[in-house]
Write a protein of this length. Sequence first.
Length: 277
Amino acid sequence: MEIQYLGTASAEGWPALFCNCEICRRAREVGGKELRTRTQALVDGKILIDLPPDTYMHALKYSLQLGQIRHLLVTHSHMDHFFPVELIHRHEHFGHYAEGILQVYGSEAAEKAFYDAVLIDRFKVHPLDDAVRFVRLEPFADFMADGYHIIPVPADHDKRETCLIYVIEKDGKSLLYGHDTGMNLSQEAWDCILGRTYDLISLDATMGKHHAKEYHMGLPDVLTVVRRMEERGCIRPDTVKVINHFSHNGKMTHEELERFAAEHGLTAAYDGMNVRV
C-alpha cells in the first residue's frame, strides 16, 4: 500500500493567503517543503481522500489522471476538504473519456454540500448521473471499494456534522487516516481504532507545538495518541507514524517539524511525499 500526500496544510494554506507572520514570511522566502497546499491524499493511485480547492494544482503538479479515479472519500464538508463544484467538470461535456462513474463517499453534511453545488441552475443542463454518484456513509458501516475494506469512523471535529476519519485495509495492510480530528473521540470510535494493527497511521498535527483541546491535535496530543496505540498493540516497531495537516498557527517550520519527528520516531509529511508500507 502506498499513500501520496498531495497537500499537507490546514484550511488557510501555508503560507496563509493573507498572512505576513514570521512563519509565512519564511515559507515564501525559503520555498520547497515550507510551501503547503490544502490537505489531500491518494492511496495506491486509486482511492482519493478529500477534494480541496487545490485539487486542480495537485493534478498538474503530480501528473494525476483524475478521470481514471473511481473512488473519493470525503472526511467532512469544510471547504478546505471538499470543494464539490469541481465535480461538475467530470461530466462528459467537460471531462472527455473519464472512466466510469466516480463514487463519492461521505456523511449527510457532505452529501448536502455535493447536491448544493451540482444542482445549481447553471449546471442543471449537465446532470452528473452517469459521471458522479454520492454514497452516504454511516459511522462504522464498513464497505468495499475496488478491493479496499474501508471503515468510516466518527471524528472529533465540527459538532454540527458527522466528520469522518478512515481505516483503509487491503492485502493484509492497514492504514489509519486521521484528519481532521481531535482526541475526544467517542468510546465506540476508540474501540474501533484500537481493535486492529496498523502499517501506517497518519495523525492530525494542526496545532504544532501547542496542545489542542478539541477539533484538532498538536504534537503533544499526537504523542499521547501514539503511546495509547502502542500500549494496546495497535502499532508495531515498523509501523510508519506520520504527522500531517499543519497550520502556521502551530508556529513551527518544516525543519522544526522534521527535527521533532525524528526525535520521536515520527515522519513529518510534506507536499508530494510518498510512503509505501
